[in-house]
Design a protein around this ligand. Structure first.
Ligand SMILES: Cc1cc2nc3c(=O)[nH]c(=O)nc-3n(C[C@H](O)[C@H](O)[C@H](O)COP(=O)(O)O)c2cc1C
Ligand code: SF4
Length: 431
């Protein structure tokens, strides 16, 4: 990692998960500061920071907080720690290495929106993060930082860690709320948005782990100073998840707006075995793929939009010249088919159809017209479903088709994978 580190600054400190060590390193000053301000002043600071949500949609956190009905007697803060987007692994490490940073952010955000109960909905497969957080919450309560009063101030807050059961769809905020309420994790129709009708029918703000961890630094430094580390309208630093065919995969905290090239070649050490770069998925598996010609794009909400993709969860997946993009897309389609909750026909049927057509193309039994069929299926899914999972499956399909159509056509024409794919077909799978 290089540059100024805020969210990851404690990662190399032994025992940073313990409250006294966290405090020695400046922790809990920001929450104390926030509790000495008015709630409106805290929201204003977060607005000034231009902190865009780190969960996927990139919505400005301060603006979202401003939507909550301040007069409602019961409100909730819900932290989205479901982290299921393929390629994304930052929230787990943020919770495992610096749980108090997240707890401090929860205190600040709860105070700002007037919530007295915060839920952290954590992915079932993250037992270590859940245990670490639970221990840190107990420690904070024992110190009087949580409970009937926080830091001796007349503000009451409880934090509950709620473990999910490993369904990707429970990362979608309304499915998460259903699951939190003990129901099947199926997305709700919006509107109403959670800020109006959220958990248990009450106004609720749902934010990602990294977004709320960053709030701690917004208050510590001041909104403007935090924002100035990034770009106008998209402030601060982000924790980028770099994976795939690079020499040094890992988590890199860098200013928003850092070029994709810098992340891959300077921090990631370049492509493995010095091969040529073929493609990059820049924001988690649901974001459209980019080509080598796009790697000077700034890693920001607008920077990636300008080249036809999305920043998403800032999970950058790098593919070198040996990658078969049909096979890569087939693998992703299998994931989305498996994770579709099945409520809407275009997603339930479309994801399965994409998986089957991609599978037959890759395994050498593709038919004339299959490439157009893929486009047709994806086009019909886009925008026609209750939640964005349908789009999340359609967008990368369209992205791969737009950028690599010839490679799909070659598979059909040659009746085989030109990359000589060696793999086992999933049990019981039929084209
Ligand atoms: C299928 C699907 C899965 C999602 N998974 C996650 C997730 O694991 N973590 C997350 O923070 N947001 C996830 N999101 C986005 C959330 O719905 C929501 O936008 C986010 O939690 C808001 O937090 P933010 O504003 O801080 O980014 C997902 C969205 C969709 C459609
Ligand atoms: S788009 Fe897919 S995952 Fe989302 S509600 Fe519809 S069927 Fe469920």
């Amino acid at each position: 990692m290089a540059g100024e580190r805020l969210l990851t600054r404690n990662w190399d400190t032994p025992d940073a998960v313990r409250l006294p060590v966290y405090e020695q390193r400046g922790g809990y000053k920001a929450a104390r500061k926030a509790l000495g301000m008015s709630a409106a002043e805290v929201v204003a600071e977060v607005k000034k920071a231009n902190l865009r949500g780190r969960g996927g949609a990139g919505f400005p956190a301060g603006v979202k907080w401003g939507f909550i009905n301040a007069a409602a007697p019961t409100k909730y803060l819900v932290i989205n720690a479901d982290e299921g987007e393929p390629g994304t692994f930052k929230d787990r490490v943020l919770m495992e290495r610096d749980p108090h940073q997240l707890i401090e952010g929860c205190i600040i955000a709860s105070y700002a929106i007037g919530a007295h109960h915060c839920y952290i909905y954590i992915r079932g497969e993250l037992p270590k993060a859940a245990k670490t957080l639970t221990g840190a919450i107990a420690e904070a309560r024992a110190h009087g930082y949580l409970g009937r009063t926080c830091f001796g101030q007349p503000f009451e807050l409880e934090i509950t860690v709620h473990r999910g059961a490993g369904a990707y769809i429970c990362g979608e905020e309304t499915a998460l709320l259903e699951s939190l309420e003990g129901k099947r994790g199926e997305p709700r129709l919006k509107p109403p948005f959670p800020a109006v009708v959220g958990a248990f029918g009450q106004p609720t703000i749902v934010n990602n782990v990294e977004t709320i961890s960053a709030v701690t630094h917004v208050l510590e430094r001041g909104g403007e100073a935090f924002g100035a580390l990034g770009l106008p309208g998209d402030g601060g630093t982000r924790v980028f998840c770099l994976s795939g065919h690079v020499k040094k995969p890992g988590l890199y905290e860098l200013p928003v707006g850092t070029p994709l090239r810098t992340l891959i070649y300077e921090h990631g050490g370049g492509i493995r075995e010095d091969r040529a770069l073929k493609a990059v998925i820049p924001g988690g598996s649901s974001t459209p793929v980019l080509l080598p010609e796009h790697i000077d794009a700034p890693l920001s909400v607008d920077g990636l939009k300008a080249v036809g993709s999305l920043i998403g969860s800032a999970a950058v997946i790098v593919m070198d010249e040996t990658t078969c993009v049909v096979r890569a897309m087939w693998r992703l389609a299998r994931f989305y088919h498996h994770e579709s909750c099945g409520q809407c026909t275009p997603c339930r049927e479309g994801t399965g159809w994409l998986e089957r057509v991609l599978g037959r193309i890759e395994t050498g039994v593709g038919r004339d017209g299959d490439v157009d069929l893929l486009r047709n299926i994806a086009d019909n899914m886009m925008g026609n479903t209750i939640c964005p999972l349908g789009d999340a499956a359609a967008m990368p399909t369209l992205g791969f088709l737009n950028r690599f159509r010839t490679e799909f056509e070659q598979h059909v024409l040659q009746g085989k994978c030109p990359f000589g794919g060696r793999f086992a077909l999933p049990a019981g799978w039929q084209a």
